[in-house]
Ligand binder design. Structure first.
Ligand SMILES: Cc1cc2nc3c(=O)[nH]c(=O)nc-3n(C[C@H](O)[C@H](O)[C@H](O)COP(=O)(O)OP(=O)(O)OC[C@H]3O[C@@H](n4cnc5c(N)ncnc54)[C@H](O)[C@@H]3O)c2cc1C
Length: 424
């Protein structure tokens, strides 16, 4: 461990690790502080960001992974989304997007979070300018004119407590990437504005009698939206359907979640079948269920002198439109580009005017993406009859108006914001 770094990233989750990767080609010295051990080469070792969920990466995020030199590795375990079907349960409106209409191989890709983590971490381990400080916890931060001093305590391997002699490192730039309940933001008095959706996302994998055909289903029901994403490649012709599953993200009201989590598998599958319908045939098997409370949260400040807030710590979105990580990844690319350019010009990378340039360039994409996922959630969560009709008209309209549909598709593909940079 060095005592001074150009950039210290607090949080080695999907976003923090992506930023470290995006900085790898700069000459900057980077450290990642993480309270959990980094998973080993076999994926063993617990790390909450790389859990049992899967993430729908947009086409734009694929381009980012290509730029990072990680796409080849990542693509060993990705499932392409070739079509998206959006529908409203019990109503006539529906819209369909197809990759071929946009001249791309896929609208997006579904990847297990664990594999995203393994790909990022194993690449970072070989980077000489990136240090992992873990398992360690940040105890305090103190800003002076040129840098920030971070006091941290490392975990005692014998007791599991973070009670070893505190150490400190300094950094020109501290990036806070410690997730939606950011303790670091709290320590710095950065307010997180939170609005609960009064819903939980239930996440599990399901096997269906019909192959997913690389189609993702976004289905809105009166109790909340659900997404069924294709996961696994096998078409079932020679090896059975064991490899082809779907990743389910099912939004349920707060007062329903405990009962649905407690249901025996058979009862759960019957309820899911009723709400999702038979587009994928019969639901035959279900994996372990997990659930997450849903909120829209945004940090009141994303930059301060020497500090940037990114990822879920900066903005946590409703997962239904699959935009949170994709948005954060675009932010990470923009931050890495700006920091590298500023360092090249001899500027202090933690200076507020430099960081202000970063955030000014990010607001439009953030606002648009947050509006897209928040409005979709609220529009489809409204059960009043007039709104139902509006939704139908919206979905039908999207289906027949190529311009509107193209805009919707670009947002879903992660190309609504910084396409100029990432499509080169
Ligand atoms: C059900 C669900 C489905 C989703 N699906 C999609 C999708 O399909 N597409 C998409 O784009 N997005 C999706 N998202 C959003 C996506 O998961 C998040 O945007 C992403 O995980 C954010 O990553 P992060 O690294 O910012 O935060 P986290 O994943 O929370 O990671 C934070 C990291 O910081 C560490 N940490 C915590 N506290 C500290 C501390 N005090 N000091 C140091 N480190 C700390 C943690 O151990 C962890 O490693 C989904 C979210 C949910 C809930």
């Amino acid at each position: 461990m060095n005592s001074h770094y150009d950039v210290v990233i607090i949080g080695g989750g999907m976003v923090g690790a992506s930023l470290a990767m995006a900085l790898k080609n700069t000459a900057l010295k980077v450290a990642v502080i993480e309270p959990y051990p980094i998973p080993d080469a076999r994926g063993e070792g617990y790390q909450p960001s790389y859990d049992a969920r899967s993430t729908a990466l947009s086409w734009g995020s694929r381009l980012v992974y290509q730029q990072l030199g990680l796409w080849e590795k990542l693509s060993e375990h990705v499932t392409p989304i070739k079509k998206i079907h959006v529908s409203d349960r019990g109503r006539f409106g529906a819209t369909r997007l197809a990759a071929k209409d946009y001249h791309v191989e896929a609208l997006g890709y579904v990847v297990p979070n664990e594999w995203i983590g393994m790909t990022l971490i194993s690449a970072l381990k070989t980077e000489p300018n990136v240090d992992f400080i873990c398992p360690a916890r940040v105890e305090g931060l103190k800003r002076s004119e040129q840098s920030t001093c971070i006091t941290l305590s490392k975990q005692n391997p014998e007791t599991g407590e973070y009670d070893l002699e505190p150490q400190s490192v300094t950094a020109n730039l501290v990036v806070i990437a410690d997730g939606g309940r950011s303790e670091t933001c709290q320590k710095l008095g950065i307010e997180i504005q939170t609005e609960s959706y009064g819903q939980h996302a239930l996440v599990t994998n399901v096997t269906t009698s019909k192959h997913h055909g690389y189609e993702a289903f976004e289905r809105f029901t009166e109790n909340g939206p659900m997404a069924m994403l294709p996961l696994g490649e096998s078409d079932g012709a020679s090896v059975g359907c064991t490899d082809a599953r779907c990743a389910l993200v099912w939004t349920l009201p707060e007062d329903e979640i405990d009962a649905v989590m407690a249901m025996p598998d058979a009862e759960f599958m019957a309820l899911l079948q009723t709400r999702f319908g038979y587009r994928l045939g019969k639901i035959e098997q279900v994996g372990t269920r997990h659930h997450y409370p849903l909120k829209l949260s945004q940090a009141a400040e994303q930059v301060r002198a020497g500090i940037v807030v990114v990822g879920n710590a900066a903005h946590a979105l409703h997962p239904v439109a699959g935009q949170g990580y994709n948005l954060a990844l675009r932010g990470v690319v923009a931050l890495a580009e700006l920091v590298s350019e500023a360092a090249g010009k001899g500027e202090n990378i933690g200076a507020l005017p430099v960081l202000q340039r970063y955030i000014n360039g990010r607001y439009a994409d953030q606002d648009k993406t947050i509006l897209f996922s928040d409005k979709i959630t609220r529009l489809f969560g409204d059960t009043s009859a007039g709104v139902g009709l509006l939704r139908d008209m919206g979905l039908v309209g999207l289906d027949i108006l190529p311009g509107a549909k193209r805009l919707f598709a670009r947002q879903a593909m992660g190309l609504g914001g910084t396409e100029a940079k990432i499509s080169s």
